[in-house]
Design a protein around this ligand. Structure first.
Ligand SMILES: Cc1cc2nc3c(=O)[nH]c(=O)nc-3n(C[C@H](O)[C@H](O)[C@H](O)COP(=O)(O)OP(=O)(O)OC[C@H]3O[C@@H](n4cnc5c(N)ncnc54)[C@H](O)[C@@H]3O)c2cc1C
Length: 410
C-alpha cells in the first residue's frame, strides 16, 4: 500500500505557515516600492523569528527548523504564494541553495564564518556561474582562476548573477585546470564582497523589470553583469574539492530546481483561483462564462496539470529524503512545471479578457515571471535532452525504458 498521508505535525505546520503568510506577510505586498525594501524585510524577519518560522530546511543545530525534504516541500507550497514569505523566513534563492551547499561541502571554518551568518540573516549571497560566453553548457565558462602562492587570482566575466548588487558574498565558479577532463576543470570559490577587481557593470534590465519594476528590482535587486579583474581569493575559500565545481554547481541547482517547482505550484494555484472567481461572475451571451463547457475544459486541463505537478514535487521530496537519485525526475518536473505554470497563468489571463492584459490584476506580472522558469537552472531543451538520453540508456541496459519514466516507483 502506498501511504500518501502527510504527518499531522507537518499539516499543523503548513497551517501555521499559511496563517503567518495571510496575517503577517501579505499585508506588506502593497508596501513594496513605497518604502525601503530593507526595512520591509527587517520587519518581516522579526515577525518570522517570533513565530519560529526560520530557515525551514536548515538543521536545528545551525539555527533552522530542521525539516526534512517532504515537510519542507509541504510548507514551500505555501511560501510560494508571495516572494516576501521567503524573504521573511530566510529561505529565498539563491540564499537557500547556497546554505545547503555549504552544509554539504563547506569546511568547519567556512560553516562558522559564512553559513552561520547566512542562517542568521546577516549576510546575503549570490551565485555566479553563467557567463555571456556560456550558460546552458556551463562547461563553456571562460573565467579563469590561477594559483598565486596560497591564493587564487580570478579574471573573466559573469552575467545574470541574481542579487549580486546587494550581496555580501558570491559563490563563484571559475576554471582552475583547462587541461583536466571537461567536468573537472572548474572550482567553486566563496568571494567576499565588495572586493578589489569585482565590478558590477550593470543590473541587466529584464522582461519582468519592464512589467513590475518596483517589485522585481527590489526583491531580486537585479541580475548583474560583472567583470572580474585580478580578484584575489584565498585557497581556504574553495568550496568542495579543487576541480569539483561542476558537480557542486549541479548539487546546488538540484534544490533550486525543485524549489522553483514548489513556488510555481503556489503561483499556479493563485492564478486558477483568480480564473475561477472571474468566470463565475462574468457573463457573456447571457450566461456566466463558468457555465460554458469549453471554459470548464480549460480549467480542467489546468487542474490536471497542477495535480500532476504536486505529485511530482512531493515524490521528488520523498526521494531526496531517502537519498534516492532524483536527476531524471527533477529534470522532468522542472520542465513539466514550467509548462504547467505558463499554461495556467496564460489560461487565467485569457479568461480575464482585456482585463488580464492590464496591470489591474497580478496576472500580467505572473506571466512575465513564469517565462523565466523555462530558462533558469537550465533551459527546457537541455533538461529534455538529458531525460531523452537516459530513456535510451535505460532501454539499452534493461530492455525497457521504464526506469527512466517513473518505473522506479515500483
Ligand atoms: C531570471 C534569471 C535569473 C538567473 N539567475 C542566475 C544566477 O543567479 N546565477 C547564474 O549563474 N545564472 C543565472 N541565470 C542564468 C541561467 O541559468 C541561464 O540563462 C541558463 O542556464 C541558459 O543559459 P544561456 O542564457 O546562456 O543560454 P544559451 O546557453 O545561450 O542557450 C540558449 C538557448 O539554446 C537552447 N539550447 C541550449 N542548449 C541546447 C541543447 N543542447 N539542445 C537544444 N537546445 C539547446 C535553449 O533553448 C536555450 O534557452 C539566470 C537566468 C534568468 C533568466
Amino acid at each position: 500500500m502506498i501511504d500518501f498521508s502527510i504527518p499531522a505535525e507537518t499539516q499543523a505546520l503548513r497551517a501555521r505557515v499559511a496563517e503567518f503568510i495571510d496575517k503577517e506577510v501579505l499585508p506588506y505586498e502593497e508596501q513594496v516600492g513605497q518604502r525601503p525594501f530593507a526595512d520591509i524585510v527587517a520587519e518581516l524577519q522579526k515577525a518570522a523569528r517570533a513565530a519560529d518560522l526560520w530557515c525551514p530546511f536548515i538543521p536545528v543545530e545551525w539555527g533552522g527548523m530542521g525539516l526534512g525534504h517532504v515537510a519542507n516541500a509541504v510548507i514551500q507550497l505555501e511560501v510560494g504564494r508571495t516572494p516576501l514569505a521567503a524573504w521573511a523566513m530566510n529561505c529565498m534563492g539563491p540564499q537557500d541553495a547556497t546554505m545547503l551547499t555549504l552544509l554539504e561541502l563547506g569546511t568547519e571554518e567556512q560553516k562558522e564564518k559564512y553559513l552561520r551568518p547566512l542562517v542568521n540573516g546577516e549576510l546575503r549571497v549570490c551565485f555566479a556561474m553563467t557567463e555571456k560566453a556560456a550558460g546552458a553548457d556551463a562547461t563553456g565558462m571562460q573565467t579563469l582562476a590561477t594559483r598565486d602562492g596560497s591564493d587564487w587570482i580570478i579574471n573573466g566575466e559573469k552575467w545574470f548573477a541574481s542579487g549580486a548588487s546587494r550581496s555580501d558574498l558570491v559563490l563563484l565558479m571559475a576554471k582552475t585546470d583547462p587541461d583536466a577532463p571537461r567536468h573537472r576543470q572548474f572550482t567553486t570559490f566563496l568571494v567576499e564582497l565588495p572586493c578589489e577587481g569585482f565590478e558590477i557593470v550593470r543590473d541587466v534590465p529584464t522582461l519582468h523589470d519592464a512589467i513590475e519594476p518596483s517589485w522585481n528590482g527590489e526583491y531580486v535587486t537585479g541580475h548583474a553583469e560583472i567583470t572580474l579583474k585580478d580578484v584575489r581569493v584565498p585557497s581556504a575559500n574553495i568550496v568542495g574539492e579543487l576541480g569539483g565545481g561542476f558537480a557542486s554547481g549541479q548539487h546546488r541547482l538540484g534544490y533550486g530546481r525543485i524549489r522553483h517547482g514548489m513556488w510555481s505550484i503556489a503561483r499556479a494555484q493563485q492564478a486558477m483561483d483568480l480564473a475561477a472567481e472571474r468566470v463565475l461572475s462574468r457573463k457573456t451571451f447571457g450566461k456566466p462564462l463558468g457555465d460554458r463547457q469549453g471554459v470548464q475544459w480549460m480549467l480542467a486541463d489546468c487542474a490536471r496539470d497542477l495535480y500532476i505537478a504536486r505529485l511530482m514535487v512531493l515524490h521528488i521530496a520523498y526521494c531526496m529524503e531517502h537519498g534516492i537519485d532524483i536527476s531524471q525526475e527533477n529534470s522532468m518536473a522542472k520542465n513539466f512545471i514550467a509548462d504547467m505554470l505558463s499554461k495556467v497563468v496564460d489560461t487565467a489571463l485569457q479568461l480575464h479578457g482585456s482585463l488580464g492584459y492590464t496591470m489591474d490584476t497580478p496576472l500580467a506580472a505572473w506571466y512575465a515571471e513564469a517565462r523565466m522558469q523555462h530558462l533558469v537552472d537550465g533551459p527546457d531543451e537541455v533538461h529534455r535532452w538529458r531525460v531523452g538520453k537516459k530513456v535510451l540508456a535505460a532501454f539499452e541496459e534493461h530492455g525497457t525504458t521504464a526506469s527512466a519514466a517513473g518505473g522506479g516507483l515500483f
